[in-house]
Design a protein around this ligand. Structure first.
Ligand code: SOE
Length: 392
């Protein structure tokens, strides 16, 4: 293959927290992994000319442009990476697919089921021409999570009986923490439910290989008004003493569901769990054993094998840093551990491999739509007081 055909120009829209995480992944993936298709960081788009130029320099992009539409007409851009708030995902992703650009889009796929349906339809049409779309449910690519899925697929825990999934953060537990776009329904679609609940819904379905067939849930907003932010960085911001804004999304979501294989699942998503910084906890109990993961100890997977003699059976603590483990061989010697950013790098690695092979990358926009339908089901259930909503 010539050098020209083994490169893919990338254009990214947005350069805040997610844009920074994606940038490091585009930069790092070809340095640690032998990729069949090498990404080139061609241009980043944002509305503020000076800020986007500074971001391009800081994050390592060749060029900065002030309109995302410009990425669609550039010959040196073959993939558009959407790292903007949810209210712009559908417009950008559909236009990019129609322009023949592959798309990687941040999660949740969209703010509504209707938008997600349009995106999924656009992705299906584009796939006819070899143009691919993927949604960024990144935590699938944490090695311990990938190992958990592998063990379920190998039948190590038998039939899935329970999934217990939580995503706990505390960055909004202080009522004085300032407003952000993530608290605005117009921009974010929903609150904890879509921002972090979406991740655990995807993980539950991905790790078990099953689908949620119905849900019942409750949503709550604990703090309805907050100071506006004068500036923000990552998830924190500097509060404006004089102005307040209205929170129009949920602060927390609890819900339960049925899995297609007959198991039961419970979920909790909140930014009000003091002391829990990014606790993504997933426990799966099967007919022959259990698996447990907590992102705050992300290099570990706990495995209980119920076929062992009861006198010596117990949760085994697997340190997921061996070269045999998913993704790990490209990194450090055993025991040296990986972090949050590595999952983004693995996302790029898998995407490049799939594009080079002409395969559909996962999670696809259809998978993103499946998650969106679950989120919508929880919202409908909560609006009606918590009754059952079938997703069949
Ligand atoms: C905020 O809660 C957030 O940044 C999410 O939007 C991300 O998807 C998650 O990875 C970390 O937390």
């Amino acid at each position: 293959m010539s050098t020209a055909t083994s490169e893919l120009g990338v254009g990214m829209v947005g350069y805040a927290f997610m844009g920074a995480a994606h940038s490091q992944a585009w930069r790092t993936a070809p340095r640690f992994f032998d990729l069949p298709l090498v990404p080139r960081m061609r241009a980043v788009a944002g509305r503020d000319g000076a800020a986007v130029r500074a971001a391009a320099d800081r994050l390592g992009w060749d060029d900065a442009v002030t309109g995302w539409q410009e990425l669609l007409t550039r010959d040196d851009v073959g993939l558009v990476d959407v790292c903007t708030p949810g209210d712009t995902h559908a417009e950008i992703a559909v236009a990019a697919l129609e322009a023949g650009k592959h798309v990687l889009c941040e999660k949740p796929l969209a703010n509504t089921v209707a938008e997600a349906e349009a995106m999924s339809a656009a992705a299906e049409a584009a796939a006819q021409h070899g143009v691919r779309a993927m949604v960024g449910f990144t935590y699938r690519r944490v090695p311990a999570v990938a190992l958990a899925r592998q063990l379920v697929q190998e039948g190590r825990i038998g039939e899935v009986r329970h999934v217990r999934a939580q995503y706990l953060q505390d960055w909004l537990a202080d009522p004085k923490a300032p407003m952000s776009w993530r608290l605005d329904k117009q921009k974010a679609g929903s609150g904890a439910l879509g921002d972090i609940g979406a991740h655990v819904v995807d993980l539950a379905q991905h790790v078990t290989g099953e689908s949620l067939t119905g849900v019942s849930g409750l949503l709550e907003t604990f703090v309805h008004e907050r100071p506006e932010a004068v500036s923000s960085s990552g998830l924190s911001g500097v509060a404006d003493a004089g102005r307040t804004g209205k929170v129009t999304v949920d602060d927390a979501a609890v819900f339960l569901g049925r899995l297609s294989g007959g198991g039961l699942a419970t979920f909790e998503a909140t930014r009000f769990a003091w002391g829990r910084k990014n606790a993504i906890r997933l426990e799966v109990n099967g007919s022959k054993g259990s698996l447990a993961f907590d992102f705050e100890d992300m290099n570990l997977l706990h495995y209980y094998d119920a076929t062992e003699e009861s006198a010596v059976a117990g949760f085994r603590r697997i340190v997921v840093t061996e070269p045999e483990h998913p993704y790990v061989a490209a990194w450090w010697p055993p025991g040296h551990g990986l972090g949050y950013e590595h999952a983004f790098t693995h996302q790029v690695v898998d995407l490049m491999g799939d594009l080079a092979a002409g395969r559909q990358p996962t999670p696809s926009f259809a998978d993103g739509l499946r998650v969106q339908r679950v989120l919508d089901g929880v919202e409908r259930s909560a609006a009606g007081g918590g009754g059952w909503v079938s997703l069949a």
